[in-house]
Design a protein around this ligand. Structure first.
Ligand code: PNW
Length: 454
């Protein structure tokens, strides 16, 4: 590391991608329009007490009807890459079974509008909006979902091979498995045993493999595919060899179930020892699919855990954040910008990836200051700047970090936090659907234009 003399004022590499991200269920709205099937989030939001004030994704940012306006705004800010997701229940309202041509039409119109505005799509096949009909047949606990996903992936990749060159198979496996079936804080809100939860992870890994297979089979020339993971991120308390080794050991343990298994082409011995009798059932051929080579790895990085060398012989010691440690309004979102540096560096070192992308990074707040009609989100400007500096530092140290997608383009449906928590660089007035760029949008636009940290 440390061979390139990049400084904070040097530009990002010429091919570094700057973009923004969002997801179908969080911005589209039109939850029951044009034949769309019910998703697990449409159902979950209606269970009393599950989502902040019972907010539903029914309307969200009404992006379904306003995408052209949204892409015009994006283009006016100089944003040329947009990570979006396709709503599975729009394409197959029942998960499998009959195809809904109006669902494909919608995305066809959407990609045409993006093209018109000079914006390149990065498309996630699954960002949590599982068709409820599949949940009724077991959801992620069942291999029925794996077969249905394989078919859905084939359909979508075939339909949009000419429009899409970058595919992401799944978004954040941990969130829709552990949080959906273990803790129950996310849809479908189930509380299953560790054994069952481990099986949901395994089925998700199989779907990742099917996504890769589909892109190789039908994506056409130059199509690229990868997973987006919210890996556990450790930051060494001191940047000394002992704490760095400890942070790396924690990182390997913590990420064994997803990144470690994909990389090894099997569940590692350490992981199997840790889970014991709760290990998932694996069928012959599963890992041939799961470990198919990918073109890049996407990382959603928001925060990190501090780790230091363990006392009395332990490999590491992970530290709880003190209550006064600065955070955004989501309690899990402690402000640790070095997360970008260490996550990308450890991923490159442990799994040998040739290309890494930050596919999400951002911060959410419940109230933001409005002065003379402008949201003065200096806190978000700081967050962005501090995190981009760490991206820059990673590149300077030889980490193959190739791009950064900010979460999120516009305030949107923040899952169980409803519309209360705002992550956008563009403000959304949910009464009028008026969009207003915040200070941070202007800041990001200037950074993209200058291609360096400002
Ligand atoms: C990500 N955590 O979710 C998702 O990909 C987005 O859809 C979401 O809006 C965004 O981050 C902001 O929350 C996460 O508990 C949810 O550590 C929870 C966690 C991390 C990411």
């Amino acid at each position: 590391p440390g061979t390139t003399a990049l400084t904070y004022s040097s530009p990002f590499p010429a091919d570094f991608a700057f973009g923004v991200a969002a997801a179908s269920a969080q911005i589209e709205g039109a939850a029951f329009e044009d034949g769309k099937g019910e998703s697990v989030w449409d159902r979950f939001a209606r269970i009393p007490g599950k989502v902040y004030q019972g907010h539903t994704p029914d309307v969200a940012c009404d992006h379904y009807h306003r995408f052209d306006e949204d892409f015009a705004l994006m283009a006016s800010l100089g944003i040329k890459k947009y990570r979006l997701s396709i709503a599975w229940p729009r394409i197959y309202p029942n998960g499998d079974g009959e195809l809904n041509p109006k669902g494909l039409d919608f995305y066809r119109r959407l990609f045409a509008s993006m093209k018109k505005h000079g914006i390149e799509p990065w498309v996630t096949l699954f960002h949590w909006d599982l068709p409820q009909a599949l949940e009724d047949r077991g959801g992620w606990t069942s291999r029925v979902t794996v077969d249905a996903f394989a078919r859905y992936a084939d359909t979508v990749v075939k339909a949009f091979a000419a429009d899409v060159k970058h595919w992401i198979t799944l978004n954040e496996i941990l969130c829709f498995t552990l949080l959906g079936y273990g803790t129950g804080s996310k849809a479908p809100g189930r509380k299953e045993s560790a054994k069952v939860v481990n099986q949901t992870y395994h089925h998700a890994l199989l779907c990742h493999g099917h996504g890769v297979r589909a892109v190789r089979a039908f994506g056409g020339k130059g199509a690229m595919v990868g997973l987006t993971d919210n890996c556990g991120v450790s930051v060494p308390v001191t940047e000394t060899p002992a704490d760095i080794a400890a942070a790396k050991a924690w990182f390997i343990d913590r990420n064994a179930q997803i990144l470690g298994a994909i990389h090894a082409g099997k569940y590692t011995a350490n992981f199997l020892t840790r889970v014991g009798a709760d290990a998932p059932d694996v069928q012959p051929g599963d890992f041939a699919l799961i470990s198919l080579p990918t073109d890049f790895l996407g990382l959603n990085i928001y925060s990190a855990t501090f780790v230091r060398a363990g006392r009395s012989g332990a490999a590491y010691e992970a530290l709880p954040h003190p209550v006064n440690y600065p955070s955004a309004d989501s309690p899990w979102l402690r402000l640790v910008p070095q997360s970008i540096y260490w996550a990308t560096r450890f991923c490159a070192e442990c799994y040998g990836h040739q290309a890494l992308y930050i596919t999400e990074n951002g911060c959410g707040y419940d109230t933001e200051p409005v002065v003379n009609g402008e949201v003065l989100d200096l806190h978000r400007r700081d967050y962005l700047r501090n995190h981009l500096r760490e991206a820059h530092r990673a590149i300077a140290d030889g980490v193959p970090l190739k791009g950064y997608f900010l979460w999120s383009f516009i305030d949107n449906y923040e899952w169980e936090d409803g519309y209360q928590r705002r992550f956008g660089i563009v403000h959304c007035d949910y009464e009028t659907q008026v969009r207003t760029p915040k200070l941070s949008a202007r800041y990001y636009a200037d950074v993209i234009q200058a291609r360096r940290i400002l």
